[in-house]
Write a protein that binds this ligand. Structure first.
Ligand SMILES: Nc1ncnc2c1ncn2[C@@H]1O[C@H](COP(=O)(O)OP(=O)(O)OP(=O)(O)O)[C@@H](O)[C@H]1O
Ligand SMILES: [Mg+2]
Length: 246
């Protein structure tokens, strides 16, 4: 059998006295959407930050297509096709949509030999990118602080997608959104899945994971306590698993 796209094995992480992760393992296939659920502080974000290179584990191994990999920082993970949209989005509020999308890799042209930001190319590519994902923001020259929560989330996802990841991690992408905006983000996830992108979807909104995910993994106090195909579980069962010890 072919190796899965991703395998994490025996991941451990402590912050001082807090054991955030106690030997967590997971596997993910190409184009598969995995929901990661669990109560506050269960360790979901920490596990995914390890996968995106933002946090270094104390122990455990990560394999991509069967090959062991070590991520020392997010660029390491990015080079191998892993992108994460963080819970706090990490957009620059005062910077416009286009410049957020291309932050750190702005297109440059030379005028009289001097390198200058090529705004025409930047905004054109931004418009193409947003159109291809069916994202509407009004103007690509608008600072992102003027956007709605859903538009901001979409811009953060578009930035991640522009790196053409094989695996996209979304940390609570619908938490702060109104109903219509939730629908847009879920549609975006469906489109990326259809393009073969593997997705990890962290959410407390269980109705959303039943809409877009194939499998659900439940964490409790740093451990993984259950895993189910979405088609073989119910909202009630997932809730029971999340609060299991309560
Ligand atoms: N950088 C850090 N320094 C210290 N403690 C941390 C750090 N990051 C996470 N923790 C702790 O690790 C535990 C797991 O946190 P994590 O953010 O992974 O939880 P989570 O499942 O994402 O929760 P939530 O649903 O609230 O986002 C928590 O007790 C948290 O306080
Ligand atoms: Mg979190």
């Amino acid at each position: 059998m072919a190796d899965p796209l991703l395998r994490m094995e025996g991941i451990e992480k402590s912050f001082g006295a807090i054991r955030a992760l106690r030997g967590v393992s997971l596997a993910l296939d190409r184009g598969e959407a995995l929901a990661l659920v669990g109560d506050n502080a269960a360790g979901k974000s920490t596990l995914m930050k390890i996968l995106s290179g933002a946090v270094f584990p104390d122990a455990g191994r990560i394999y991509l297509e069967g090959k062991p990999v070590v991520f020392r920082d997010p660029p390491d993970a990015r080079r191998l096709g892993i992108e994460m949209v963080y819970q706090d989005l990490s957009l620059c509020d005062s910077v416009d949509v286009g410049k957020n999308l291309f932050l750190g890799r702005e297109p440059i042209h030379r005028i009289a030999g001097i390198p200058v930001l090529d705004e025409a190319v930047l905004y054109r590519r931004t418009e193409e990118m947003l159109a291809s994902l069916d994202i509407q923001v009004g103007s690509v020259r608008l600072p992102v602080r003027f956007l709605s929560g859903g538009q901001r989330e979409a811009v953060a996802i578009a930035r991640a997608v522009s790196f053409q990841p094989r695996l996209l991690i979304l940390d609570e992408p619908t938490a702060a959104l109104a109903v219509k905006e939730v629908e847009k983000v879920l549609a975006l996830v469906q489109r990326l899945k259809a393009q073969g992108v593997a997705i990890v979807f962290i959410s407390h909104r269980l109705q959303d994971i039943f809409r877009v995910c194939d499998r659900v993994m439940v964490m409790f106090e740093g451990e993984q306590v259950a895993e189910r195909p979405i088609a073989e579980t119910t909202l009630e069962e997932v809730i029971r698993l999340i609060v299991r010890a309560a």
